[in-house]
Write a protein that binds this ligand. Structure first.
Ligand SMILES: [Zn+2]
Length: 858
């Protein structure tokens, strides 16, 4: 669309020229299924009277435009993405009345019809720049303003926005108009509307401020009616209360946005969004089936992450998308930090080490990685920057910063930053200035090494011992890859673990904290002592770096050496180390599987257990030499059935191993067993084969060719006639090993426009199967041929899922890399964001080839 891709330069010029003051936004949600009324009255100042500017708006039709009382011709001033205004005065009022469109892809005002009861639910999602799909505005973070929403909706609907409801009046035609009070000055991307007959649970919360005063915050949580039976609102509100108390204790700035409502919404593209006063969450965080504590922890982490944004992001906002990391890194760090201090999940950093950090390491080793502080020249760039670098690497680096300057100085810096920049916009320098004041450290060099360069370092212990096993020399070496050669200063701990000679139990003998810098850092503390059984670099996970183990240490792991480590963080780092050695093709996939299967039973942290099961699946499909796969499959599946049988009844481990065994099914006997689980002929004490587990079984059976006529998935969808059930049915149909099943799935998600993103993800998640080369082969050319069209015509969220999920990875081979390179060299590969996604898929394939080679030769 012409002019839709706002550039940084345009935004800077508009911010120089304009001051946005006030928006009155009137929406009419009673005009049918496809469009709604959207009238935006913007009051703004201009520093250069006579100048021209534009208002952003993505809408099918503009009814009228009035600037300072004069009517303008919409046909002349509206180009489909912008309303052009000229002859501005010092003080201006523009009124833009439009017909805006509901979204089916979760961008703008999404409209969902619940198949269970036919009820209609709507909600908004804007970041980075989709509020212009709801109402005309200046769509950039640094033109903050006060917003007042008036929303007309069917009488039986609830309506929520950022600020508390002021009044509601019946319109006499079966509708009600809801008037919301003025917001504080906020950015357009965090304005929000949720409207529909949601099931709403509300309560009050009072926080005590440091000066003893109290602040009342009405809280509430909502979900669509058909999910109400599964809605554990009390648990959600409990975490909300704990978060509000905690952040008031450490941030020392009273929550400025009135109420705090949480909306769990359908077909949501992301985990959650931090709209002030009205946080939206993916309704998958409302669990229909039994799930493990890792899911509850993950949800609590998300609640804490979004709440941290009320201060970092909403109160103080980045100037432009270059500094998106400022808010995302901080919120991601705070998610885990708040869990450890304010909830029962006191080991949240362990899951962070295994989960979020793995995401960061993976992304940072792709050829498309970038510095945490990114160079974002326009909105298309901005959209792709919501990635593992911005969130998880940023958070990991802030954790290192907190270790480097000390936690007190870190938090005091944050407090000063909030007070100094409240309701304003900032860049990296503003945060560094506050942290330098409170820590007394010069952070320029630190920022350069950590924030302004890309790539991950590898730390290796080099230890020499004499014949008596006593250490004669010890050092830590640091390396980097040639493309990203920066070596960095690391504050780390080194844990020395050895068996107690009397009991045999592995114990921490000594922990040394030190600064590592440059290519080699001596470790004299170890010299003259017996060599520890395990020298664990980055114990406690203070820094962001990969670690390596010696062959002797790996041998010990294969004999149960990880399970023997006394604390869960040390184990998490050992797990992370062996995972990286496998991905980097310095240790075989077979060895990784052997280590996991030997040690997993003793792992207490359920999020780590589930992560290991996922990694085993990846190794099995991508990193094993295909010739080794059948033997590995048999070993994995046999071990998982054993683990399932041995898990305590009703435990989280039982649930995790049940899903693990189902997904690892590979032998005829396995499929017979999971069919028996489904029919109830096989059962495990304490294990309920509930709806999610049933679908997992059906998807596996379908992929194996045991539901070719679709009877199983159709029958299940008939008894689970919900949005979830429909999605699972489509996924199971796509999994079937039939040419016509693949053709049907391809038509559904690649060739049919505007599909819900979660449907595309689910279908493409099952479309390709490990080893099913002949079924993937016919989609190589259609995939590459479709890319440019998909990118041009589909919403970015649709397109991203198709580009990444449609890559024919089962055919990983030098031929596939060559075909990908040919596409990359073609004219179709011009769009940078599209190119980036394909480069990443190619890199995964290239990495898999290296790992297979290693596994073949091991
Ligand atoms: Zn966030």
């Amino acid at each position: 669309m012409t002019g839709g891709n706002l550039t940084r330069d345009e935004a800077a010029e508009r911010a120089r020229l304009l001051t946005a003051e006030h928006y009155a936004v009137e929406l009419d949600l009673t005009r049918g299924d496809t469009t709604f009324g959207s009238k935006s009255t913007i009051t703004f100042r201009c520093s250069e009277p006579g100048a021209a500017t534009f208002v952003d708006l993505l809408a099918p039709a503009v009814r009228s435009v009035t600037l300072n009382g004069a009517a303008l011709d919409p046909a002349e001033v509206f180009d489909g993405a912008r309303v052009h205004l000229s002859g501005l005065r010092a003080e201006n009022v523009v009124v833009i009345d439009a017909d805006a469109a509901y979204s089916r892809t979760g961008e703008g005002l999404h409209r969902f019809v619940d198949p269970v009861d036919g009820e209609v639910y709507t909600y908004t999602q804007f970041e980075p720049a989709d509020s212009r799909r709801l109402f005309a505005n200046f769509e950039q973070p640094d033109l903050k303003a006060v917003f007042e929403f008036a929303i007309k909706a069917p009488q039986d609907w609830g309506v929520w926005s950022n600020s508390p409801l002021d009044a509601a009046s019946d319109t006499g035609d079966g509708s009600t108009t809801h008037y919301f009070g003025p917001t504080k000055p906020i950015s357009t991307y965090i304005t929000a509307v949720v409207a529909g007959p949601y099931h709403f649970v509300e309560d009050d919360h009072t926080v005590t401020l440091p000066d003893g005063a109290s602040l009342d915050i009405p809280i509430g949580a909502m979900v669509r009616k058909s999910l109400a039976p599964y809605f554990d609102a009390e648990a959600i509100l409990d975490v909300t209360r704990r978060g509000l108390d905690f952040y008031h204790r450490i941030f020392d700035y009273p929550y400025p946005f009135g109420n705090y409502h949480s909306a769990f919404v359908p077909e949501y593209n992301l985990g959650a969004m931090e709209n002030p006063g009205l946080v939206t969450f993916n309704e998958r965080l409302v669990f229909r089936s039994k799930t493990t504590d890792a899911s509850y922890q993950g949800r609590a982490n998300t609640i804490m992450h979004e709440m941290a944004h009320m201060w970092f992001g909403d109160l103080v906002t980045m100037k432009w998308w270059d500094d998106l990391w400022l808010k995302e890194s901080f919120a991601d760090f705070m998610g885990a930090y708040a869990l450890t201090h304010a909830t029962r999940w006191e080991h949240a950093w362990v899951s962070f080490a295994n989960g979020r950090k793995a995401w960061a390491y993976r992304q940072d080793q792709l050829p498309t990685t970038h510095p945490i502080v990114a160079d974002i020249t326009d909105l298309e760039d901005a959209r792709l920057n919501f990635d593992g670098i911005t969130y998880a690497k940023g958070a990991s680096v802030l954790k290192q910063l907190a270790a480097y300057v000390g936690e007190d100085a870190f938090l005091e810096g944050a407090r000063r930053y909030f007070k100094r920049h409240a309701f304003g916009n900032t860049t990296l320098d503003d945060l560094l200035a506050a942290l330098e004041e409170t820590s007394g450290r010069d952070l320029k060099a630190w920022s350069k090494a950590w924030l302004e360069t890309a790539g991950v370092n590898t730390l290796t212990a080099e230890i020499q011992t004499g014949a008596d096993g006593v250490v004669t020399a010890a050092a830590i070496t640091q390396s980097a890859v040639p493309e990203f050669p920066t070596l960095r200063p690391h504050r780390i701990a080194v844990g020395c673990y050895s068996p107690n000679p009397a009991t045999g139990a592995v114990e921490l003998v000594e922990r040394i904290e030190l600064d590592v810098d440059g290519a080699r850092t001596e470790l004299p503390q170890l010299v003259g002592k017996p060599r520890p059984g395990l020298v664990l670099l980055n114990d406690q996970d203070l820094t962001y770096a990969k670690i390596r183990f010696t062959p002797a240490e790996l041998d010990a792991f294969e004999r149960g050496g990880i399970a023997a480590l006394p604390d869960s963080m040390a184990r998490a780092l050992a797990w992370s180390g062996v995972w990286h050695m496998t991905r980097d093709a310095v240790m075989s996939g077979r060895r990784f599987i052997a280590i996991v299967l030997r040690n997993i039973e003793a792992e207490t942290d359920i999020s780590v257990v589930q992560n290991l099961l996922r990694q085993v699946r990846v190794v099995r499909g991508d990193y094993l030499d295909p010739a080794h796969r059948p033997a590995a499959d048999a070993t994995i599946s046999q071990r998982l059935w054993e683990l399932l049988a041995g898990a305590p009844a009703g435990s989280d481990h039982q649930v995790a191993f049940a899903y693990g065994a189902v997904r690892a099914a590979s032998q005829d006997s396995d499929f017979a067993k999971i069919q028996a689980l489904l029919s109830g002929e096989l059962s495990f004490d304490g294990l309920t084969v509930d709806q999610d587990l049933r679908w997992a079984i059906i998807e596996v059976l379908a992929a194996e060719g045991l539901d070719d006529d679709g009877v199983l998935s159709d029958g299940e969808a008939a008894s689970d006639d919900t949005a979830d059930g429909r999605r699972h049915r489509a996924a199971a149909r796509a999994a079937r090993p039939l040419a016509e099943a693949k053709a049907e799935a391809w038509r559904l998600v690649v060739e049919t426009p505007d599909q819900p993103n979660d449907l595309i993800g689910a279908v493409l998640g099952e479309f390709y199967q490990v080893g099913a080369d002949e079924l993937a082969e016919p989609y190589v050319e259609p995939y590459f041929e479709a890319l440019a069209t998909v990118w041009a015509e589909r919403s970015i969220q649709n397109a991203e899922r198709i580009v990444s999920g449609g890559y024919p990875w089962p055919l990983t081979s030098p031929d596939l890399l060559a075909r990908t390179d040919a596409w990359l060299a073609s004219d179709a590969a011009k769009a940078p964001a599209l190119r980036r996604l394909v480069l990443e898929a190619r890199d995964d394939a290239a990495r898999a080839l290296r790992a297979r080679e290693c596994d073949r030769n091991a």
